[in-house]
Design a protein around this ligand. Structure first.
Ligand code: PEP
Ligand code: MG
Length: 558
């Protein structure tokens, strides 16, 4: 039996077979190739196809982004025409008599290592590009789409890492749990595990061995097809468990199911404390597939629809019509309950290739969210049109991420006015929606008194607010111990935002992960927070905490 220890992204116990997902060069197996000429030809043929794909990507992205941004695809094309790169692949095929895939993977490893130690920062950045372009080449060679893991029966997915764009494409019905060797508990991949309600571990390594490092590939290969247990409560992952442990975990799993059943009795009950204070309890979703979970868990509405996942699932910008159909379905399905659509929050760890966002030194503090939307108004207005059109079909509200200034609000209002004018002149129906902002930067907290005069509500994004307040990259697993979600600075900021909202007569909620922390439920109630929006799986546990709370005399009055 092998025992791994990781950080829990979501509790729960899963027992089943392991499917190892290895993307890009890690998928590649070394095969002996008798006909090396044919392999060299396969390589060049794939190279030409990849160059063609990159040319098309360059052309389509020119319509959406600046020439400088689209130029990344030209850089990739040049890499595939680079003499040293081609020579290395050909040489490996011929000397080692191996398949083209293996030769490309080894060349990618060697070249990216070489680039990553160069002094010139520009050259260091090319390390990621060479990996990227080689991955494209491998996808052409293997006929893969690069769309993330797919399995035929429910299994435990084990991967070196999973990007949010891959995680969102997992079929919840087919995934018992997932375990990644890398990743942080505050990443969007971890948040997605919570939304999907599946046990998940991140930053996992073989017990006693710390970082798995160079042996990762071998280690992962060994696990494929074996029987595993994920204990999301203890952060443990067992491979080929002993019979006794298997029986113990199966009975713990049954006990957990029972607890979940007990929570079901809270369905239909109000979110009221013992002394009569009521709070709204909504759910966070990233996908139309999550709607069933919202309803099953009896959330009062959707407090955060992470619309960027519509973009992450696709190879090109979703059209207005496509988005409209999705927002309309959400509005209709929620049948009059409030649905707050957050506009596109792409960037940082949520990247879609077709946006052509060049590599950044500090992506979390970089070109992301509302900054991209205001910089590329055509992308933003397409989304706004889709949301406004869908507003006629239910109770939609809209909120904007990563706000830092009044100027941004002013600019957003101008674009919203243009969208409404367009719809009116086209005779397309829409409703006036509540429009709010996310408070997830210290700047927004500090000017929340002014911002409150401009918008209809605040939703506090504690995930980003914590990272920006504590100067802790939420993606960096080494900092998980320092990421103090209960830091007094963050709690003080929440109180400040709520007070400023109430002074201006608007409501304030929390949609970051902290909202689901039941050890703080009573504190939030005492702070007079109006709404908590949590992962669907956390709705009933938070309701239980609310109903067991006693707020006493209100600390603040407004
Ligand atoms: C947050 O930052 O708290 C938030 C809810 O947004 P996201 O996690 O998607 O960045
Ligand atoms: Mg955020």
């Amino acid at each position: 039996m092998l025992t791994f220890r990781g950080k829990s992204a979501f509790g729960g116990i899963a027992v089943g077979r392991i499917c190892v997902y290895q993307k890009g060069q890690q998928q590649v197996k070394r095969r002996r190739a008798a006909d090396t000429d044919a392999e060299v030809q396969r390589f060049h043929h794939a190279r030409e196809l990849a160059i063609e794909q990159l040319g098309e990507l360059y052309e389509t992205s020119l319509k959406k982004v600046s020439e400088a941004e689209a130029a990344i695809f030209e850089v990739h094309q040049m890499m595939l025409q680079d003499g040293d790169y081609m020579e290395s692949v050909e040489n490996i095929i011929r000397c080692q008599e191996v398949n083209a895939e293996y030769a490309v993977a080894v060349t990618a490893d060697n070249f990216s290592r070489m680039f990553s130690v160069m002094e010139d920062p520009y050259m260091r950045e090319r390390a990621a590009d060479v990996k990227d372009v080689s991955e494209r080449l491998l996808n052409v060679l293997t006929g893969a789409s690069g769309a993330g893991p797919t399995v035929a029966e429910p299994m435990i997915i084990v991967a070196r890492d999973l990007a949010p764009s891959e995680t969102v494409q997992l079929d919840k019905e087919k995934v018992l749990a997932f375990v990644t060797l890398q990743g942080s508990v505050n990443s969007h991949t971890a948040i997605l595990a919570k939304t999907m309600g599946i046990p998940a571990l991140v930053n996992t390594s073989l017990e006693g061995q710390g970082e798995t490092g160079a042996n990762e590939r071998n280690l992962l290969e060994q696990l494929d097809g074996k029987r595993g247990i994920v204990d999301g409560f203890q952060g443990l992952f067992y491979v080929e468990p002993e019979e006794e442990l298997l029986l113990e975990m199966q009975s713990r799993k049954a006990a957990e199911e029972k607890k979940k059943d007990l929570l079901q009795s809270l369905k239909g009950k109000s979110n009221v404390t013992l002394d009569g204070k009521e709070i709204q309890l909504y759910a966070n979703v990233g996908n139309i597939k999550d709607l069933a979970l919202v309803i099953q868990n009896d959330a009062g509405g959707i407090g955060l629809f992470r619309s960027e996942f519509l973009y992450l699932e696709k190879d090109d910008y979703p059209s207005e019509e496509e988005q409209f159909q999705i927002y309309k379905t959400v509005a209709e399905t929620m049948a009059g309950k409030k649905v707050i659509i957050r506009t596109l929050d792409i960037g940082a760890d949520k990247q879609a290739e077709y946006f052509g966002i060049p590599h950044e030194e500090n992506p979390a503090m970089g070109y992301r969210a509302i900054r991209i939307c205001l910089d590329r108004p055509q992308v933003f207005m397409t989304q706004l049109r889709a949301i406004f059109r869908a507003s006629a079909y239910g109770n939609l509200a809209i909120m904007y991420p990563m706000i830092i200034s009044l100027e941004e609000i002013r600019r957003i209002k101008e674009l919203v006015a243009q969208v409404k004018d367009q719809l009116e002149s086209q005779g397309i129906a829409y409703r006036d929606m509540e429009q709010g902002i996310m408070i997830e930067t210290p700047a927004a907290v500090m000017i929340s008194d002014r911002l409150a005069e401009e918008v209809d509500f605040f939703s506090i994004g504690t995930n980003d607010l914590t990272q920006y307040t504590l100067a802790i990259d939420r993606q960096n697993p080494k900092l998980d111990e320092f990421y103090d979600a209960h830091h007094p600075a963050v709690l003080k900021m929440i109180q400040m935002v709520v007070d400023n909202a109430h002074r201006a007569g608007i409501w304030a909620g929390i949609c970051g992960e902290l909202g689901a922390d039941t050890s703080l439920t009573e504190t939030f109630l005492k702070m007079d927070v109006d709404e908590l929006s949590v992962s669907p799986s956390a709705v009933l546990p938070v309701r239980k905490a609310i109903r067991e709370s006693n707020v006493g005399k209100k600390q603040q009055s407004h």
